[in-house]
Design a protein around this ligand. Structure first.
Ligand SMILES: Cc1cc2nc3c(=O)[nH]c(=O)nc-3n(C[C@H](O)[C@H](O)[C@H](O)COP(=O)(O)OP(=O)(O)OC[C@H]3O[C@@H](n4cnc5c(N)ncnc54)[C@H](O)[C@@H]3O)c2cc1C
Length: 357
């Protein structure tokens, strides 16, 4: 049996949390609406490094979805989405149910991929999905071992600074320069912090495969150890690519400035799973899409004109340094210290508070 909805929100990503918050505060659009979520809470990635560093507890970093959905008068369905047919507007759930809807909105983020692995001597931990990673990490803490982190972006750097001193040896691998895309100043500050904390930083060292307990770059073994943490960028999930939706060459859903799929305008896509020129894959951009998405979902359900989203050309980056401080990058300027750490905490805690009902 197929259940029909007017609107299905797929994934409790940053933008959908913003949509639900708005509907909890002002009248929501008419019709039968549900949120499909893989789990009962939404984790906030910005606070994960602080959680690992022991500066936050798990409760600080998550939004409980049942309360938010109740306040927004939206049904919550907890089951991972496993398939989508864009032509039929149907969604297949992990629990075997099929749902269909007049309108769909996709905010499922992205996944982390691993280099090809031969043998199982090295344990691989992917930082996403967060719930799974935190569970695995708890077990790892019982027996700390040397660790390598793959990914020289903001997430990899923050994770390395959070875990420095918590494992016997820590190495950070970056395919190119560390923090590519941010200012030279913030890269130098990050390198200083990492070296001071004993992290072995390997820049311009792309890891091409894993052979037993060794990481291989080109044909050279570059590290040997029992555990690897994957934090290397955003990769598209397979199921939206097999849905019939038009996707870019990396598999992300191509959208117009109204946030609608180019090929299937009855589907909206936002955040890391979507592809729009100028919109970067980061929580900041996903959050900014929330108000436009809320307005446009309201518009299509009420027959009103749509708004256009314009990505901001620059965004503020605040990277936690694991010791209560943070590094700031803004328009090519960099700075760092405790004051920026307090600012980051204030912004992060504010995000969680805004979505708690
Ligand atoms: C350690 C770390 C720190 C980071 N820090 C920052 C930061 O400080 N600032 C910043 O801007 N960015 C940061 N990022 C990047 C940021 O996490 C992502 O860019 C951002 O989360 C993307 O938001 P989103 O709304 O697209 O998706 P997400 O926040 O990833 O949310 C996607 C949601 O969809 C759900 N989902 C996934 N698959 C399914 C499915 N099949 N069925 C149902 N639900 C599903 C997930 O469970 C999740 O709730 C960080 C990333 C990491 C890994």
């Amino acid at each position: 049996m197929t259940h029909h909805y007017d609107l299905l929100l797929i994934g409790a990503g940053h933008a959908h949390l913003g949509v639900l918050r708005r509907w909890a505060m002002v009248e929501r659009p008419p019709g039968r609406i549900a949120l499909l979520s893989a789990g009962p809470v939404a984790w906030y990635s910005g606070m994960l490094p602080g959680l690992l560093a022991g500066r936050h507890n798990a409760d600080d970093c998550q939004v409980e979805l049942q309360a938010l959905c109740r306040a927004a008068k939206v049904e919550l369905i907890i089951s991972p989405v496993e398939g989508l047919s864009a032509a039929q507007q149907q969604v297949q759930l992990g629990d075997g149910r099929t749902l269909e809807a007049s309108w769909l909105s996709l905010n499922v983020g992205a996944q982390i991929s691993a280099p090809p692995q031969q043998g199982d001597a090295m344990q691989l931990l992917a930082v996403k999905p967060f719930a799974e990673f935190l569970n695995q990490w708890q077990h790892c803490q019982a027996k700390p071992t040397p660790l390598a982190i793959l990914g020289g972006g903001a997430a990899g750097v923050e994770l390395a600074l959070a875990l420095a001193g918590k494992v016997p040896q820590l190495a950070l691998f970056s395919a190119g320069h560390l923090l590519d895309g941010l200012s030279a100043g913030v890269r130098l500050r990050a390198l200083g912090h990492l070296r001071q904390r004993g992290v072995d930083v390997r820049e311009d060292c792309p890891v091409s495969r894993i052979e037993d307990d060794r990481l291989i770059s080109g044909n050279e073994p570059v590290w040997r150890g029992p555990r690897l943490l994957l934090a290397s960028g955003a990769n598209a999930f397979a199921w939206p690519q097999h849905s019939g939706l038009g996707c870019d060459e990396r598999g992300f859903v191509l959208i117009a400035p109204t946030l609608q799929s180019y090929t299937h305008p009855t589907l909206f896509a936002v955040g890391d799973c979507a592809s729009l020129p100028g919109a970067r894959k980061s929580g900041v951009y996903a959050v900014r899409q929330g108000p436009i998405l809320a307005a446009n979902l309201n518009a299509v359900l009420r027959g009103l004109p749509l708004k256009r989203y314009r990505p901001q050309p620059q965004s503020l980056a605040l990277l936690a340094t694991g010791d209560g401080g943070a590094l700031m990058d803004w328009h090519g300027y960099s700075a760092g210290g405790r004051l920026f750490g307090r600012w980051k905490d204030y912004l992060d805690r504010g995000f969680i508070q805004r979505h708690r009902m």
